[in-house]
Design a protein around this ligand. Structure first.
Ligand SMILES: Nc1ncnc2c1ncn2[C@@H]1O[C@H](COP(=O)(O)OP(=O)(O)OP(=O)(O)O)[C@@H](O)[C@H]1O
Length: 239
């Protein structure tokens, strides 16, 4: 089954073309890295996937629900971690998650059960009563990922989730999310411009100047060349 399917998606800001005829499929339970340099169109794609804005050109299908035709059903299947943190730093980890659960109509024992499960999953259960302001960047990111899982989405979108983190936190969060996909069947789309976050077995999409330039496993795409070198070569080509 396909977790996320995008067909012939294009988008322009006025006369500026940001995405051109983008198509790809991510199987359920796969970790897919979306690799692109600054300005490639990653945030634009995320904006379209989360319906921040819409395009008349192309189709997005989330866990079998077409976003244009059944937006509520499609969006209910999506969890998002945006580039900029959206946590309330004056509240505890648990309180942030409770508010988010309430937004999804979850309260009482059901909300508590889901919050426990999400915090456990991210190794954050012991920090649940800490105020977000007192957490380091890595733990804040984990809190955001836990929050994005509370409504049990089948697709998790993360827009450069390791920006600003130190090397150890980056590695830990990358490993956590890989495990989530492998162990729970979550479909993951992970936007990044950092090649060391990508494993050879991951699905890899290279986006450059609004176009998909490669789609396959990272191992297939890079061949015998280190991924960083391959990426630099692909993105040095004129559009
Ligand atoms: N609001 C906007 N108005 C006009 N052009 C825009 C707007 N937002 C983005 N663009 C342009 O669209 C293209 C894609 O930008 P986008 O932000 O999607 O790329 P990105 O891959 O997310 O880059 P970054 O890694 O820097 O966030 C770029 O050429 C950018 O200048």
């Amino acid at each position: 089954m396909t977790g996320l399917s995008v067909r012939n998606l294009s988008f322009s800001y006025g006369s500026r073309r940001a995405l051109s005829d983008v198509s790809f499929d991510i199987p359920q339970g796969a970790f897919c890295a979306l690799l692109g340099p600054n300005g490639a169109g990653k945030s634009t794609l995320f904006g379209l996937l989360t319906r921040l804005f819409t395009s008349p050109e192309g189709t997005i299908t989330v866990a079998g629900h077409e976003l244009r035709k059944t937006p509520r059903a499609a969006l209910a299947e999506i969890g998002v971690v945006f580039q900029q943190s959206t946590l309330d730093v004056s509240l505890s980890v648990e309180r942030n998650l409770k508010y988010f659960a309430a937004l999804h109509g979850l309260a009482g024992a059901e909300a508590a059960r889901r919050i426990d499960a999400a915090l456990d999953r991210l190794d954050m259960a012991e920090r649940r009563r800490e105020t977000v302001r007192d957490l380091n960047g890595g733990h804040r990111r984990r809190t955001e990922i836990a929050r994005a899982l509370i409504h049990s989405p089948s697709v998790l979108l993360l827009d450069e989730p390791t920006v600003g983190l130190d090397a150890a936190s980056r590695a830990a969060i990358t490993a956590h999310v890989h495990d989530l996909a492998a162990e729970t069947g979550l479909t993951v789309l992970w936007a990044t411009h950092l090649t060391d976050e990508i494993r050879d077995t991951d699905q890899l999409l290279i986006l450059h100047k609004g176009e998909i330039r490669a789609d396959g496993t990272a191992a297939e795409i890079r061949g015998n060349t280190p991924l960083t070198e391959h990426f630099l070569r692909v993105t040095a080509q004129p559009a």
